[in-house]
Design a protein around this ligand. Structure first.
Ligand code: BJW
Length: 247
């Protein structure tokens, strides 16, 4: 059941906060029809071991299988739209220029499609790919050979999805911007993440340690609840419009 008093308290905190940072995860896009990772029944990893798909080692061992899995997810994205939660965040940012910074772990591009072009994407993008190994001259000059994965016809270098796999560093400028936004905010909204993947999850601890209020929007408990000033146990697309509209 919705806790109307808590929601209204959080609305007040939003009104009062000069700088708001949002950290979103897969649950943000669940109501758009994008599966989360760790949901026991419908999550992307309910049937797969992440180690077998979301690492560079897995890609090198089984490039066709891993490429096909990402290609399937990329195609599925063409069928989905930003939901009311994405739109409420984008509309708020438009009404309050410079006040909201959005950090996402999501690779689906839905925040950007909702209008938040300057979203800080910590884990890359499912819509892009790049060379697996350092590109040679031929990779730049020859037309890419189609296939699963596509490759350079001369040296065999393969294209890989531009997402951040386990064991890989996050894009440096994006992570630096995210850390600055976590350090400098007055309120952090943590939406739809289990909070188990680092260093992204650590941003909520940073915000808390620096004195910001931390509010979690998630129907289920998460690993970040310990640092939360409030946990709104609601789905993002229902909760965010109530929190952000007319403020
Ligand atoms: C709803 C909802 C609704 C549902 N509304 N909510 C410190 C401690 C321990 C380990 C580490 C550490 N530091 C680094 C590590 C290692 C590792 C890590 O974190 N491992 C842990 C899992 C143990 N991290 C890394 O390897 C990172 N790199 C790194 O640290 O580099 C430095 C380094 C270099 C060299 C060697 C070692 C370190 C990289 C992490 C990359 C993560 N990549 C993935 C895959 C992307 C590609 C792909 O899409 O396939 O990113 S993993 C996956 O998890 C994906 C997500 O962005 C990420 C987070 O998941 P998220 O978003 O939280 O989703 P779920 O499914 O977990 O949760 C969904 C939530 O939504 C749930 O809570 C639901 O209840 C909720 N929900 N419906 C609101 N309607």
């Amino acid at each position: 059941m919705v806790d109307a008093a808590l929601r209204s308290q959080v609305r007040q905190w939003i009104v009062e906060a000069p700088r708001i940072t949002v950290l979103s995860g897969a649950g943000m896009s669940a109501e758009s029809g994008v599966p989360t990772f760790r949901d026991a029944l419908t999550g992307l990893w309910a049937r797969f071991n992440p180690e077998e798909l979301a690492t560079e080692t897995a890609f090198r061992a089984h490039p066709q299988r891993v490429w096909a899995w990402y290609a399937h997810r990329r195609e599925a994205l063409a069928q989905v739209q930003p939901n009311a939660g994405h739109c409420a965040l984008a509309a708020f940012a438009l009404r309050h220029p410079g006040r909201l910074t959005l950090i996402t772990q999501n690779v689906d591009g839905l925040h950007q499609r909702a209008g938040l072009a300057d979203t800080i994407a910590l884990h890359g993008s499912l819509l892009d790919d790049h060379w697996l190994d350092l590109p040679r001259t031929c990779c730049h000059t020859e037309p890419i050979q189609s296939g699963e994965p596509p490759s350079c016809p001369v040296c065999g270098n393969q294209r890989r999805p531009s997402v951040v796999w386990f064991g890989e560093s996050l894009p440096g400028p994006a992570f630096a911007a995210a850390e600055a936004a976590a350090q400098d905010c007055d309120l952090m909204l943590v939406v739809g993440t289990s909070g188990v993947v680092y260093p992204a999850a650590g941003l909520a601890f940073t915000a808390h340690q620096r004195g910001a209020r931390v509010v979690i929007v998630n129907p289920e408990p998460s690993d970040l609840d310990a640092v939360a000033d409030a946990c709104l146990r609601e789905p993002a697309a229902q909760c965010l419009p109530h929190l952000l509209e007319n403020s």
